[in-house]
Design a protein around this ligand. Structure first.
Ligand SMILES: [Zn+2]
Length: 274
């Protein structure tokens, strides 16, 4: 599943391609991918508008339009958002095609259909109850240590479950939650109330370092993830624990262990992470 670094890569790829372009036509193939508004209203509102910019909060992308509304895209498990020449074959499972005034197309492709599309102003989408509740973005200016430590609280649940909770912190998924816990030397199963202030500080720094390293490598293509031009990322070869169960730990050479936590496969080093 694309997480913050993968979504950031798509946004930085597409922002210069889309900004200033006008939407000439909108073809929504699978209506259920659009959670708001209805398809006819959507097409009537987006066609003719110019793209003002593109941004991201956590894993949620926003293509901002000149009239103050926006197309919000969440890639879910297998979503891809790419800009293509019109002669490129349209892949099966392409659910939205926006024709742009430079002749190219923005295409949303999602075989497993866990992604979602929203259109409107943020106020409108919140009022409709379809805008996700998202905590601070770990690379945003408001993600201070005080805020991070406060969000975690003194809870009973495992630290990894909190890191995956998008309403607490927006952007981490299974890959970077495991990588952050390893970098901070904290076992993902540890209860939050037993994570010291010094350890919280280490985890706070680790989350940002881990995400920034992956962004520099254009994200991890461990499954279907592709960047804004359809190419895979390069960070999958640099992951230290994710996908490496049974392999030697890069620090101590002991075997990495896999457990299930919050319904997700979780890999850690039982010697380096306490
Ligand atoms: Zn180790």
């Amino acid at each position: 599943m694309p997480e913050l670094p993968e979504v950031e890569t798509v946004v930085t790829d597409l922002r210069p391609e889309l900004t200033g372009r006008r939407v000439r036509d909108a073809q929504l193939g699978l209506a259920k991918m659009l959670k708001h508004p209805d398809p006819v209203t959507f097409a009537a509102r987006i066609v003719g508008q110019r793209v003002a910019g593109m941004r991201r909060h956590g894993k949620l992308m926003a293509i901002d339009l000149e009239q103050g509304d926006g197309l919000y895209v969440h890639l879910g498990m297998t979503g891809r958002l790419t800009v293509c020449a019109p002669e490129e074959p349209v892949l099966k499972h392409t659910h939205l095609v926006l024709a742009l005034d430079d002749g190219r197309e923005l295409r949303y492709h999602d075989p497993r259909q866990f992604g979602r599309l929203l259109f409107g102003t943020e106020v409108e989408l919140r009022r409709a109850g379809v805008f996700p509740r998202l905590g601070p973005d770990p690379l945003g200016g408001d993600f201070t240590f005080g805020r991070f430590a406060g969000l975690l609280g003194r809870r009973h649940r495992p630290i990894k479950a909190a890191l995956l909770d998008q309403s607490l912190i927006a952007g981490l998924g299974n890959i970077y939650a495991d990588e952050s816990c390893f970098a901070a030397r904290i076992r993902p199963t540890r209860r939050i109330q037993r994570v010291s202030v010094a350890e919280r500080r280490a985890l706070y720094g680790a989350i940002q370092t881990v995400l920034q390293k992956s962004i520099r490598n254009r994200g991890s293509s461990v499954d279907d993830y592709r960047d804004g031009f359809g190419a895979p990322g390069n960070h999958q070869g640099y992951l230290l624990v994710y996908g490496r169960a049974g392999a030697p730990c890069v620090q101590c050479s002991g075997p990495l262990k896999k457990v299930r936590l919050a319904g997700r496969g979780t890999v850690y080093c039982p010697r380096c992470q306490r």
